[in-house]
Design a protein around this ligand. Structure first.
Ligand code: HEC
Ligand code: HEC
Length: 350
């Protein structure tokens, strides 16, 4: 697989050399074309915005976040369709053993995925990524990824080579401090566990010019406000849970997202992804014909648009390293090109 990638890269360097690379300098989070929506904000970085705490690489992961509001608890035993299990909000959200609503949906969970390691400050992987690895727009979708890719990314976080470019988003800092506190055996169990499960349809894409008004949680989840009027989508992608209460309170691992994208973005994104549009190279050469992954290269179809945008933007800003593989791919693409690309990718079956 490595040699195939290298071969394609040689060709790619040629394509880019002939198109020029004027856009490769990094952008400013305070500027209008910064894709704030992908990081859980609807305006560029401004005065008074809370930025992430300084957090050394060897810090306890839990110390990387601003103290959160007291955990929500209504004392009600909630339920979900097709399960007899019931959990209160706080039980569902327990960082060291969150709700496992559908034990039949996944193989036996390794302890580190189910419980984390409280003494080391490592919260359960299943808290944010869910027991089935489907994950959320503000974190990541980890099921179905190649095991070798998962191990590579854990190393990248640990080395400080995978960071967020938006200074306001702090949950990636917690993520990035975890791998140093995992044993090699735990890393191996994690990679095998998540790679063995398929990533399932999770996103429904709607092209539109009007979107729900949203409130944004501390973690970066956009929640639609049912009683508020629709607002113009502008240059954003707005991604909301299909069932807001089930996702926010119960952490329902079977209910995904609605992704609202600006009119016309799917066709423009398809053009760039499938032909390169003279600015980049067809993604399918490496990610497979349906973008569902090829060998150790991860699938990029059907993930939330916010997740995929953050990766492409972080690679473009140089805060996520890709060994010279993805850097030239994004170099000539503007924020708008990337927004069209991620809209189209989200619309593909995973
Ligand atoms: C507090 C929430 C949280 C917890 C707990 C958590 N993660 Fe993450 N994870 C994240 C975030 C946030 C990202 C990165 C999102 C981004 O950069 O856009 C991420 C990304 C990842 C990725 C990269 C996926 C990809 O496609 O490249 C992997 C792999 C991963 N996490 C594994 C784990 C493992 C293993 C654990 C348990 C030891 C864990 N996570 C626990 C929040 C969390
Ligand atoms: C030359 C091969 C190659 C091409 C062409 C390529 N990619 Fe990639 N891409 C990779 C590899 C390899 C990775 C794995 C991570 C790494 O090495 O950075 C990756 C990672 C990614 C990721 C991160 C996935 C995750 O789970 O976090 C995204 C998103 C992505 N590519 C999108 C694209 C898009 C969009 C295109 C086309 C415009 C594209 N790639 C073209 C090789 C390629």
């Amino acid at each position: 697989m490595k040699s195939v990638t290298r071969l394609i890269l040689v060709g790619l360097t040629g394509v880019l050399a002939s198109t020029g690379s004027a856009l490769s300098q990094t952008a400013d989070p305070g500027s209008e074309d910064w894709p704030s929506w992908a990081y859980g904000f609807l305006a560029p970085l401004g005065e008074g915005d809370r930025v992430a705490l300084p957090c050394p690489l060897d810090a306890n992961p839990r110390s990387c976040r601003h103290p959160s509001a007291p955990e929500f608890e209504d004392g009600i035993k909630h339920s979900l369709p097709d399960t007899d299990l019931k959990f209160t909000a706080r039980e569902a959200d327990n960082g060291y053993g969150p709700a496992d609503w559908y034990p039949g949906d996944h193989p036996e969970m390794p302890d580190i995925v189910r419980y984390g390691n409280e003494a080391a400050g490592v919260r359960a992987c299943s808290l944010c990524h869910y027991p089935n690895g489907q994950g959320k727009m503000e974190n990541a979708h980890v099921s179905g990824l190649p095991a070798a890719y998962i191990l590579q990314q854990l190393d990248l976080f640990e080395a400080g080579d995978r960071r967020n470019s938006d200074p306001r988003k702090d949950n990636t800092n917690e993520m990035a401090r975890m791998p140093a506190r995992l044993t090699d055996e735990e890393k191996q169990q994690i990679a095998e566990y998540f790679s063995a499960m398929p990533f399932r349809q999770w996103v429904r894409v709607v092209e539109t010019d009007m979107v729900p008004t949203v409130r944004i949680t501390n973690g970066g989840l956009m929640v639609p406000l049912e009683d508020e009027p629709l607002v113009p989508i502008g240059n954003n992608i707005i991604e909301v849970p299909e069932h807001p209460e089930r996702m926010e309170i119960m952490r329902d691992p079977r209910s995904g997202f609605v992704t609202y994208v600006p009119l016309g973005s799917l066709a423009k994104g398809e053009e760039l992804v499938t032909t390169g549009g003279g600015k980049t190279i067809q993604c399918g050469l490496c990610h497979g014909p349906g973008m569902q992954g090829l060998g150790d290269i991860p699938g990029i179809a059907g993930r939330t648009a916010s997740y995929t945008m953050r990766q492409l933007w972080d690679i473009k800003q140089g805060t996520r390293k890709s060994n010279g593989i993805m850097e030239p791919v994004v170099q000539n693409l503007s924020a708008e090109d990337l927004r069209n690309i991620v809209a189209y990718l989200a619309s593909l079956p995973p």
